[in-house]
Design a protein around this ligand. Structure first.
Ligand code: ADP
Length: 918
């Protein structure tokens, strides 16, 4: 209740007191008045009685006089009545005068006068009357009556006078008492009211202002103004309260000062930590670069050395170097990644990617490792086929790679399946990407340790399997950052299933891309002992419209084929290699030996990449697990439909290069000599041609000058950095080469800079052969199909001659074809020798006929028109040989010689009618 309301209470109490006083006074007045009134009313009563007595006396007198005159006894009646009344009145008056001496006196006087009249006149008159005619006696009697009656009148008048005076005095007295009482009452009431009002005022004056002050002070405190103090005033309690409030504000001021001091410290500490974080990030970037760059050289050159002829001992040592290098690289990557994530620097990209492709890519990457352990690595995509999703594909790939790598690592036999399922809700694919294995499994009691950093299920596994125990910790963090999670389901000695649950936004709505080719109307027999693989084949083939019959053993396959005899009705058969009892080879051999199935196209699906001796020619095609559905379908299509395969025009590459199935021309922008050399060797190994520039400016100039399919752009280069060079290249008019950024940096910001500049892809050093091949294949699907992916010693690269050009020349007719190529082959050696001599000699005049540029230009033309695009490209470079440094020139000429040699071999093979194929 507000104080003011509370304060009204005493006022109300005062009022109540006032009313009480007034009421009392009025009551007292009334009592007093009643008492006094009795006085004056008694006087009034007596006066009335006197009046009545007088009338009664008159009645008696009149009656007796009438009787005297008339002697008629009826006149005695009023007399008697009057006497009776008189008696009553006398009795009453005597009663009233009890205790009232004065009144008694008058009553007695009256009584005496009455009695005198009665005794001396009335009674004798009734007893003896004079005769009627005795006028004299009558007159005497009447006179006697008059005298007596007058006496009575006198006494009565005296009494009346006294009583009247008495009554008036009583009335005056009553008036006075009432007036005085009322005046006193009012006076007391006014006095009480004044006192109450004064008390109330004083309380308000003394209590309310200090309370208001306190209130203001408290509200100031609440608003953070702690500098004001309040002066203690008012009653003791309020003064004490004010002192308390002042103490409180002092305490708050002190606390505030402490808080701001601490805040300053914290800000300083935060700034320090930020600086330290930046230093750490910079350190990470440098570390990453510094460690990866030499490691790049070590690993790359080891890879290349391994492809050369080596003694067993050398090979063994080198393989150890390679393995150790690999684990060192994994370790560095993991540690860098983990510290980046721990430092909160996990930046996720938001870009479209193809989940199915990503999963097949990862499968492909581990196919070799799985094949080496003779386990099947299968990919089963049941969702998101042909749909673009938005997210960080690279990070998702990293997680999946880790899971698949673990699965392959911890699975000694059986299979590993990567399965994508999920459903679309509100434009989001809620995907489950599961990696199932039939490996050693994880004991229940160790499962909680899985996602901890540097923790492995069993210390001893480190020795058996190696690893850092970081992979799952990193993966979990990445998936959590994507808003998903990884779950584990496992049973010891049965296997484990790691599932990534993640919601991925669907890209702009496009119609689902149908399978690459349609196999509608064709019947395919699929033979595999692995039920999962049969399921996958069934799914992929039925999707393409084929009718699929599954056989889960060679025996069943033979039964199915035999049961129907020659009319088995199958167009093609897909076989697994490793099956219990009968292997794929054996089954194929039996089928080839049976007339009904001898001509049935056979496709081997195997996990290993080696071709056992004596099996060449058994199969029409060999595919490795996991097989990409497009590749499977195209292969089957090429077998069931005679004639060259015309692939549907796909728009996967940004430029139509005319290189489909042929080599790419790549510009390597790299300042590091060894890395550049390595990249060139890689590209050559993959059947591509390459050129190298040492800085970004030169790269832009080179792109402006030459026609490259791809630019491999290093990030950190002198003169002009990679990202800037990329942006400049993107700004050039005309032909747009694919730009693939290659950097040793792990920072997302570097990647972002490249993507912003317009790079198409991003590779992290050290770049391995397969990764480079994969990246090129992604941009140019035709090129990768033709390139030699396995690092086997390549004597004749498949596509030094452009197939399309060769086919076109074929159309000239056999004779013309033979002529042009024979002339070319006969002269090539001489041209090459001349050109090399001219180019390595001291610069002759550039316009001389036999100058290197002229010779090169010429050879370029003929090479290009005969489909030797690589050679042509090299010639084109030799045209500008004067601009090259000595080393570059030597390198170029070396490459030119090798290329020319390969072209010569290819042309001779072509002329001999043995088409060179991969
Ligand atoms: P590491 O680099 O050691 O593989 P991870 O974090 O990837 O580190 O894995 C941690 C541990 O989890 C492994 O050392 C292994 O003991 C266990 N583990 C992971 N995946 C599997 C699997 N598929 N089967 C059995 N054990 C696994």
């Amino acid at each position: 209740m507000p104080l003011q309301t509370l304060m009204r209470r005493p006022a109300r109490v005062g009022l109540a007191a006032l009313v009480a006083v007034m009421t009392t006074v009025v009551a007292l007045n009334l009592v007093v008045a009643a008492f006094l009134m009795a006085n004056w009313s008694r006087a009034g009563q007596v006066l009335v009685a006197l009046q009545d007595g007088h009338v009664a006396m008159l009645n008696q007198e009149t009656g007796l006089r009438g009787f005297l005159i008339t002697r008629d006894p009826q006149f005695l009646e009023p007399y008697r009545q009057g006497a009776a009344d008189m008696a009553v009145l006398d009795a009453q008056m005597i009663e009233w005068s009890e205790g009232d001496e004065d009144l008694r006196y008058w009553v007695d006087q009256l009584h005496v006068a009455e009695q005198a009249w009665v005794e001396q006149w009335a009674t004798p008159v009734q007893q003896v009357q004079p005769g009627i005619g005795d006028g004299e006696s009558l007159t005497a009697l009447l006179l006697q009556d008059k005298a007596l009656f007058d006496r009575y009148r006198e006494v009565e008048a005296g009494a009346r006078e006294v009583l009247t005076a008495r009554r008036e005095a009583a009335i005056a007295q009553t008036r006075l008492v009432l007036a005085t009482g009322t005046a006193v009452g009012i006076g007391v009431a006014v006095a009480v009211a004044l006192v109450v009002r004064r008390v109330n005022r004083r309380v308000s004056d003394e209590v309310l202002p200090p309370i208001q002050q306190l209130r203001d002070q408290l509200s100031d405190l609440a608003q953070g103004d702690v500098d004001r103090a309040v002066a203690p005033t008012g009653p003791v309690e309020l003064r004490e309260m004010a002192t308390d409030v002042n103490t409180l504000s002092d305490a708050l001021r002190l606390r505030g000062e402490q808080v701001s001091a601490r805040e300053e410290q914290l800000v300083a500490a935060r700034d320090e930590a930020e600086r330290a974080g930046q230093a750490k990030t910079a350190f990470l970037a440098t570390m990453s670069h510094e460690i990866r760059t030499p490691l790049n050289a070590v690993l790359g050159l080891t890879d290349l050395l391994l492809t050369t002829e080596l003694t067993e001992l050398q090979r063994g040592h080198l393989e150890t170097v390679s393995r150790s290098g690999d684990s060192l690289l994994t370790l560095i990557n993991d540690v860098l990644d983990f510290s980046k994530i721990e430092a909160g620097e996990l930046d996720l990209d938001e870009a479209p990617f193809d989940l199915a492709e990503l999963v097949y890519d990862v499968g492909q990457l581990f196919a070799g490792a799985a094949g080496a352990k003779a386990i099947d690595l299968l990919v089963d995509v049941r969702a998101a086929e042909g749909r673009q999703l938005i997210g960080d594909g690279l990070r998702l790939r990293q997680v999946l790679m880790n899971l698949v790598s673990n699965a392959v690592k911890f699975t000694p036999r059986g299979h590993v399946v990567v399965r994508v399922t999920g459903e679309v809700r509100h434009d989001v694919l809620h995907a489950q990407i599961a990696v199932l294995d039939t490996g050693i499994g994880i004991p229940d009691e160790h499962r909680h340790r899985l996602f901890r950093s540097f923790s492995q299920v069993d210390g001893s596994t480190t020795r058996v399997y190696g690893g850092t125990g970081l992979g799952l910790a990193i993966s979990q963090r990445i998936v959590q950052a994507m808003g998903g999670e990884i779950t584990v389901d496992s049973e010891v000695a049965v296997g484990s299933t790691f599932t990534i649950h993640v919601g991925l936004q669907l890209g702009t709505a496009e119609d689902e891309v149908p399978p690459a080719v349609s196999l509608a109307g064709y019947r395919v027999l699929a033979v595999d002992d692995n039920r999962t693989n049969l399921d996958i084949l069934e799914h992929q083939l039925t999707r393409a419209g084929a009718t699929v019959v599954l056989a889960d053993s060679p025996a069943q396959a033979l039964y199915l084929l035999g049961a129907t005899g020659a009319g088995h009705g199958f167009d093609v058969c897909v076989l697994d290699q490793h099956m219990p009892g009968t292997s794929g080879d054996e089954l194929a051999r039996r089928m080839r030996d049976t007339p009904a199935t001898a001509g049935l196209p056979l496709v081997l699906l195997s996990s290993s990449t080696t071709v056992p001796v004596g099996t060449a020619g058994l199969f029409d095609a060999r595919l490795h697990k996991p097989v990409h559905p497009d590749r499977l379908l195209r292969t089957l299509w090429s077998l069931v439909r005679p004639g060259p395969v015309r692939e549907p025009a796909t728009s996967t590459g940004p430029v139509a290069t005319g290189h489909e199935g042929a080599s790419l021309h790549v510009l390597i922008a790299e300042d590091h000599e060894v890395n550049a050399q390595l990249m060139q060797l890689y590209l050559r190994q993959l059947g591509h041609t390459s050129e190298r520039v040492a800085d970004g400016r030169a790269a832009v100039d080179a792109v402006r000058a030459g026609r490259y399919d791809v630019v491999l752009m290093d990030a950190q280069m002198p003169v002009l950095g990679g990202a800037d060079a990329t942006a400049e290249i993107r700004a050039l008019p005309g032909h747009r080469p694919v730009v693939i950024a290659v950097t040793a940096s792990v920072l997302a910001s570097d990647r972002a800079a490249f993507l912003a500049a317009g790079a198409d892809d991003f590779l992290t050093k050290p770049v391995r052969l397969a990764v480079l091949d994969g990246a090129l294949g992604k941009q140019f699907p035709g090129a990768v199909a033709a390139a030699a992916v396995q690092p086997a010693p390549v004597t004749v690269p498949a596509d030094v001659l452009d197939r399309e050009v060769v086919e076109e020349l074929h159309d000239l007719g056999e004779e013309g074809f033979q002529q042009v190529y024979t002339r070319f082959a006969d002269n090539l050696d001489a041209w090459v020798a001349g050109l090399v001599a001219a180019a390595s000699g001291d610069a002759a005049a550039a316009d001389a006929e036999d100058s290197a540029p002229r010779l090169a230009h010429r050879l370029k033309g003929s090479s290009a028109s005969l489909g030797a695009a690589g050679l042509a490209a090299l010639c084109q470079r030799i045209e500008h040989v004067d601009e090259l440094s000595g080393a570059e020139r030597d390198e170029l000429l070396q490459a030119f010689r090798i290329e020319a040699g390969q072209v010569a071999v290819a042309v001779r093979a072509l002329l001999a009618g043995t088409p060179v194929s991969a």
